[in-house]
Write a protein that binds this ligand. Structure first.
Ligand SMILES: Nc1ncnc2c1ncn2[C@@H]1O[C@H](COP(=O)(O)OP(=O)(O)OP(=O)(O)O)[C@@H](O)[C@H]1O
Length: 272
């Protein structure tokens, strides 16, 4: 497996994002037990792990969509603020592009430019939105109502909305879900161009697939603990994710707490 080209890394520059000791509680249970993560300019980091291991919870905590019970997240060496949060482009898992309102794909992508320095979209918003859609191979859908697009098409429109503002950090939760192979290749090319331009990218992935050449290193979660940081390793049927390959200092969950099954939860609201 080829890891991302290390020559694109800018480790001498301050990290775009640093997370230390991130703990999150949901529904009365601790879901993340103290997770560390760094993303540097020009670096692509994959967060991997089995279903329910805490990947989406982690990225939601990183972007401030979930409160942390403990830990620190800094963006460009400073605590996250509204202004610094604007430097992040985030696409959650299984989001729907329309948000219940009627809008064309181009309007959805243009909305990604709002709030960047001005309440109005910039003059070249239309051209930038079309270019972002083109990057994802969906320029032909620009004037279509997003609510009538397929799941994979909506996913690509949402990624275009995140890309259009050229964020310093892109966080994509399962970007390949429901996306066909030719479109995965278009997405991989678009992300590689961003990475090579010095942007940091954090991806939640079940498998590397077309993104394998992009990714520098993987952080593997198991039951809310980091069990591997380093070269992405291919999961096998017997060991779905490597659990004993920690290549950085200390395991973050030495005595890994086993949560009782949370069962069904009534709401998506954290218990803060
Ligand atoms: N609102 C909630 N209340 C209680 N528990 C929750 C809530 N949201 C998620 N969880 C639990 O947190 C754990 C981690 O969920 P999370 O969605 O982060 O996993 P994941 O690694 O992204 O999984 P997948 O690969 O299936 O998307 C799971 O056990 C899940 O049941």
């Amino acid at each position: 497996m080829t890891a991302g080209d290390p020559t694109t890394l800018h480790h001498d520059a301050p990290p775009v994002l640093t997370a230390r000791g991130v703990r999150v509680r949901l529904g009365g249970h601790e879901i993340l037990h103290g997770v560390d993560l760094d993303a540097h300019p020009g670096e692509a980091v994959a967060i991997m792990g089995g279903n329910g291991s805490g990947k989406s919870t982690l990225v939601r905590a990183l972007v401030g969509a979930l409160p942390m019970a403990a830990g620190d997240v800094t963006i460009f060496d400073a605590p996250r603020t509204r202004a610094s949060a604007r430097r992040i482009g985030y696409v959650p898992q299984r989001a729907s592009a329309g948000g219940g309102v009627s809008a064309t794909a181009r309007e959805v992508v243009t909305a990604g430019l709002l709030g960047v320095g001005s309440l109005r979209p910039p003059r070249d918003a239309k051209a930038r939105a079309l270019a972002a859609l083109d990057d994802l191979g969906v320029a032909d859908l620009a004037d279509r109502d997003v609510s009538r697009l397929s799941g994979g098409q909506q996913q690509r429109v949402l990624i275009a909305r995140a890309l259009v503002r050229d964020p310093d950090l892109l966080i994509l939760d399962e970007p390949m879900a429901g996306v066909d192979v030719p479109s995965q290749e278009a997405l991989a090319a678009a992300l590689t161009a961003r990475r090579d331009a010095g942007k940091a990218i954090i991806l939640v992935l079940h498998e590397l697939g077309a993104l394998a050449p992009l990714v520098h290193h993987a952080v593997v979660l198991e039951q809310g603990c980091v069990t591997h940081i380093g070269e992405p390793l291919a999961p096998s049927a017997s060991t779905p994710y490597p659990a004993t390959t920690m290549t950085t200092p200390t395991p973050m969950c030495p005595s890994r707490p086993r949560r009782p099954s949370p069962g069904r939860f009534a709401s998506d609201r954290p218990d803060d």
